[in-house]
Design a protein around this ligand. Sequence first.
Ligand SMILES: *[C@@H]1O[C@H](CO)[C@@H](O)[C@H](O)[C@H]1NC(C)=O
Ligand SMILES: *[C@@H]1O[C@H](CO)[C@@H](O)[C@H](O)[C@H]1NC(C)=O
Ligand SMILES: *[C@@H]1O[C@H](CO)[C@@H](O)[C@H](O)[C@H]1NC(C)=O
Ligand SMILES: *[C@@H]1O[C@H](CO)[C@@H](O)[C@H](O)[C@H]1NC(C)=O
Ligand SMILES: *[C@@H]1O[C@H](CO)[C@@H](O)[C@H](O)[C@H]1NC(C)=O
Length: 894
Amino acid sequence: MARLSALVLALCLLVPQNAAFKLSDILPSLPSDLRLTWWLANGHSDGSKVPEGYSAEPWYPTPVAGWDDAWTESYEKAAKLVKQMTLAEKTNVSTGTGQFMGRCVGNTGSVPRLGLPSLCLQDGALGVRFTDHITVFPAGITTGATWNKELMHARGVAMGKEFRRKGVNIHLGPSVGPMCRKPKGGRCWEGFGADPVLQGVGAVESIKGIQEQGVIATIKHLIGNEQEMYRQYNPFQPGYSANIDDRTLHELYLWPFAEGVRAGVGAVMAAYNAVNGSACTQNSYLINRILKDELGFQGFIMSDWLAQISGVAAALAGLDMSMPGDGSIPLIGEPWWASHLTEAALNGSVPMERLNDMTTRVVAAWYQLGQDRGFPEPNFSSWTKDKKGLLYPGAVFSPSGTVNEFVNVQEDHANVARDIATEAVTLLKNEDNLLPLDGKTPLKVFGSGAQKNPGGANSCPDRRCNKGTLGMGWGSGTADYPYMDDPITAIRARASDVTAYLADIFPLTAVADAGDVALVFISADSGENYITVEGNAGDRNVAGLHAWHGGDALVKAAADRYKNVVVVVHTVGPILVEEWIDLPSVKSVVFAHLPGQEAGQSLAKVLFGDESPSGHLPYSIPKSEDDYPKSVDLVGFELGQPQDTYSEGLYIDYRYLNHKGIAPRYPFGHGLSYTKFSLGEATIVAGVSLSSAPPDAAPRKATAQSSYDNSRPPASEAYEPAGFVKIWRYLYSWLSRSEADSARAATSRYPYPEGYSTVAKAAAPGGGGQGGNAALWDTAFNITVTVTNSGSRAGKAVVQAYVQFPANTGVETPMIQLRDFAKTATLGAGESEKVTVTMTRKDVSVWDTRQQTWVIPNVGGEYKVWIGESSGSLSVVCSSTSLSCSLGQKSPVA
Ligand SMILES: *[C@@H]1O[C@H](CO)[C@@H](O)[C@H](O)[C@H]1NC(C)=O
Ligand SMILES: *[C@@H]1O[C@H](CO)[C@@H](O)[C@H](O)[C@H]1NC(C)=O
Ligand SMILES: *[C@@H]1O[C@H](CO)[C@@H](O)[C@H](O)[C@H]1NC(C)=O
Ligand SMILES: *[C@@H]1O[C@H](CO)[C@@H](O)[C@H](O)[C@H]1NC(C)=O
Ligand SMILES: *[C@@H]1O[C@H](CO)[C@@H](O)[C@H](O)[C@H]1NC(C)=O
């Protein structure tokens, strides 16, 4: 209660001081769900309801980082700097300065004495959030639908440049969790699709592109954040527990994180929810054992915004950075860390070895990305569009100054954005070759989604509405459009006879002439939980898997009147199309996904045939919601901690449908072209000779941190400097002289969690390098196949490679699993290209829970690698035993 009244007081103080800054404006723009966490206390009863078979084991201490060769130099530099830091300087680096206490959504404490600046952390995964003069790139799901590794990389490069020039040190992306396990999950669209390899490749290419620009990428959210509702802890209810068994975790959800760590990602973000009953921000097994030991992560892990629920326990469990720094109730100046972390180190609760490692990890990442050499300071404010404003809008008395320099960082990035949006366009159906259109055919356009939001593309903050062309979902993963190139504008520019009826109810006045083609725009939206749109609290809990705004009825009405109907879908994920897909006049269906700012020309290029469509579905489209396992439905209200148990194991999306023999409407990976491709001349070559388990990794090298003096520092290192004028409610790491002295003198012992230990553990068998044992990425087999354009128009083909494990290995595996893919260049009619796809040792292994490493279940057994244009259309198979390939085969699955 004392905390709540402090909160009320804080709110009252906030409002008059920041008159230009209404509370109602701030609340909606919070980077995370504060409407629940606002009422958070530290009541969290972990684990009491977790079903049998799932447990969060204690795993301490945190492995001390700096032993991977790729980071040696950065750790040497970091250790040199950290050795000179006082206690209060070290804890400053690990904690944010508080909500709204700086220009960015997160701002770390700095070490001015040693030249270490405050680091700026900023959303979002598709463009720089809360600012102008930027590019809004297509969302992750759209990028996944291109199946084009070069474009994924180019997007990362362009995005990295924009974040850098805005002065952002740490980009809060890419997102690979959720992985669309739940088709109705709110944030599936921020990632790359419903498959670990598609997610992994999307993450790796993004991370490389972003980090090549010197910006630290953040892979998120670790882990099991598959639904929005009930993800957060509050005084009445803990966040849901994602109960995931070890094998499922490794083979599905951890896979893209492992790939990201292997690519050298600098930061990881811990999710709001719990795993096996223990909150991700303080799950020692998840962070210490899996992330930092097995995956060998050398960077730092931060909390999602206000996801931290303890101080000392989180530090011991391996959390390195508290974001945005506040404790459970933001804006009252009470952090979990900052001064309290200083205190916890002085009184001996948090060992100095752990604190030194936390700080060193952050500083090492800063060096690793070269940010010590002329990295720009932020030149925009997340909190106002005006030039001048409050420097610390969350403070009671904040100084003002210039906060927006309006730096234009767009360069020519609209081209990359448009290329991605174009290559993502996925043609699901095209009867009678209705598409492409010729530009002369009279067009009747239906649906509000053809036109940008009439109120303005950014009129709904954080896109908290589904009005006009849906270019992205809603929440913290958004950015403000510099403009929206909408479909109707692009269509009018291409076609001579266009009549637009831009409403979602079929107009009585619609005229139908013979020869007309009707273009019907429908959509499905979702987003983050702190905003509810049309009753949907992030997840599609009300809308389900149907198109919004009566989209099915609109299509049916158009199909009634017109002989030739093209349906264009802007969507966050799969939708059900059964009500109209087989109607004879619904001849063409195109998924444009979430195109970002380049929604118009990208679509027109495909509709009017400048380019053949080459997008492929990043998920399956089922015929009914009942085709999915029950366990992937949204978890509803429960007293106590809601339980989200992954009882379907490895069987999600196509893995499940194949397993159950359920034919989808459109399989994962499906996508048509205006031309035809044929696969021929396939060869398979073996790489390294395989053994059941990977060879043991070399022992870890010593880290630069081994030269630290880890004894408790004197209290004077925490003293607040005399005469320092504090900003009220800003988070500082100093203690008063008396607080520091009494903390240093404390003799009582912290009640350490069960299983706590300070003795370093033996390294995980599956570990070794960044991402795991380096031998896991040895080539097991390469398959080369010749793709020929056997049709009459130019186009790009996507080649997908799925592994089928040998029968009777004693280990059940999904029938087929995507392991690699490639996209050709544009091939003219008759032209060919050879593409190579790779199976690594990991690709032919399963996670062995007993040995705690990747194991090939039958080294001499016959692995089949199926190659084709979708998971449901695989015509080439290569065998690991005969080392030969056969063409013209029947797909192993429907
Ligand atoms: C969850 O529980 C299972 C079963 O005890 C265990 O194998 C797995 O490692 C646990 N995962 C985490 C992250 O604690
Ligand atoms: C902590 O960071 C703040 C904000 O950058 C800075 O004002 C303060 O001096 C720093 N404290 C120490 C101990 O360096
Ligand atoms: C703003 O951006 C420019 C150009 O990227 C950069 O040089 C500058 O350091 C940034 N910061 C400020 C405070 O202007
Ligand atoms: C040390 O300080 C921390 C942070 O304030 C506190 O949680 C902990 O209980 C203290 N430990 C002891 C033994 O006083
Ligand atoms: C497999 O292909 C990759 C990529 O083209 C190549 O780097 C590697 O050397 C090849 N390995 C074998 C064994 O052919």
